[in-house]
Design a protein around this ligand. Structure first.
Ligand code: HMG
Ligand code: MG
Length: 310
């Protein structure tokens, strides 16, 4: 059976991860005020979800040591979700103490990556996550779950798809409402992405799946398109293609949000995002960080440009 094509009336929810996944790997200190401004400007573009920061150990990710100040400082828009990453109960309690209303937990399909990233095996991480999700359920806090290294691991190499399915299913069993499947080091191509998605979707309804492609090898947008054809309607992306994982050597940023919105606009799939405004945000944060803009649409501009269109 051929894959369904995206229909014109479709809608995709973009999960903007730039302020977290994007900034966590930046080597130079970034002022807290800049982080807050980035989050506020992204939300003002119409992005429905802006992952704000991480309550991980500041020894492991010093760049996000100001998580509490960042979260407290955001002028929150009604209707925008500002989830944060939480690795354990300590992180959960820190997050809740500053009023966090939704969280994301994370583990991987690779033992080797988990050991480097969170100093735990997969099963140990699931126990930690259970401790978090039990508290979250009692508090009425929605939990998203990430599975990293779904298409390859920087330490282990190949990752069997059965391991991805097992971990995704376990996270659903622990109460995660949505599972984001992460190609952490950007090794996937559309054929493998589709095969992985089909295997996971046989166990977890596709409506509950999100995709999270890093663009290390330039495949991310093609993988997003293939995922749309597989029925996925939640896509993680990072403004200006910021980012990488500090514990996945060589991983570059996520697929750029501007490029994803341009693609979706072209497919007639609604996102609610103002692309012109988003391009401005991407240019601004790239200049603030002193790094090249990782979005092709951000560099080239929207089409048709406003002055040509009018
Ligand atoms: P550990 O060293 O095994 O933990 O780290 P521990 O429990 O032994 O604690 C060590 C110290 O950290 C203690 O402090 C704790 O209090 C403190 P000390 O007694 O030495 O002074 N600590 C904390 N402090 C603040 N907040 C906390 C916290 N927890 C412990 N929550 C741990 C284990 C999980 C904490 C650590 O490995 C960690 O924080 N790792 C996070 C790594 C990370 O953030 N990686 C990037 C995010 S994942 C990602 O990017 C992938 C994703 O984008 C999807 C994809 O692309 O695939 C999501
Ligand atoms: Mg990531």
């Amino acid at each position: 059976m051929s894959a369904p094509s995206p229909a014109a009336a479709d809608r995709v929810r973009i999960v903007e991860v730039g302020p977290r996944d994007g900034l966590q790997n930046e080597p130079n200190p970034i002022p807290t005020a800049t982080k807050i401004a980035l989050i506020e400007r992204l939300a003002a573009c119409g992005l429905p979800v802006v992952e704000a920061t991480s309550f991980v150990s500041p020894k492991w990710v010093p760049q996000l040591a100001d998580a509490a100040e960042v979260y407290a400082g955001i002028g929150k828009r009604a209707g925008t979700d500002y989830p944060v990453l939480v690795p354990n109960v300590q992180g959960y309690e820190r997050a809740r103490a500053c009023g966090v209303a939704s969280i994301a937990v994370f583990t991987a399909a690779s033992e080797a990556f988990n050991r480097k990233n969170i100093n735990a095996s997969i099963d140990e991480s699931l126990v930690r996550i259970r401790d978090v999700t039990e508290r979250a359920r009692a508090d009425g806090v929605p939990v998203r779950g990430y599975v990293s290294t779904v298409l390859g691991c920087p330490y282990q190499g190949e990752v069997p798809v059965t391991d991805v399915v097992r971990v995704a299913r376990a996270l659903v069993g622990l109460g995660c409402h949505e599972i984001s499947l992460g190609d952490t080091i950007g090794v996937g191509t559309p054929r493998r992405a589709r095969a992985m998605l089909r295997a996971v979707a046989a166990e977890v309804p596709v409506e509950r799946l999100a995709v999270h492609f890093h663009d290390t090898r330039g495949q991310a947008l093609a993988n997003v398109h293939a995922s749309l054809e597989e029925g996925v309607r939640v896509v993680d992306a990072s403004v200006a293609g910021l980012g990488g994982c500090p514990y996945a050597k060589g991983a570059t940023g996520n697929v750029a949000t501007e490029d994803v919105v341009y693609l979706l606009d072209g497919l007639g799939i609604a996102t609610g995002v103002d692309l012109d405004a988003l391009i401005e945000v991407g240019r601004w944060i790239s200049a603030e960080l002193g790094r090249p803009n990782g979005s092709k649409v951000g560099r080239a501009g929207n089409w048709p440009p406003k002055d040509v269109a009018s």
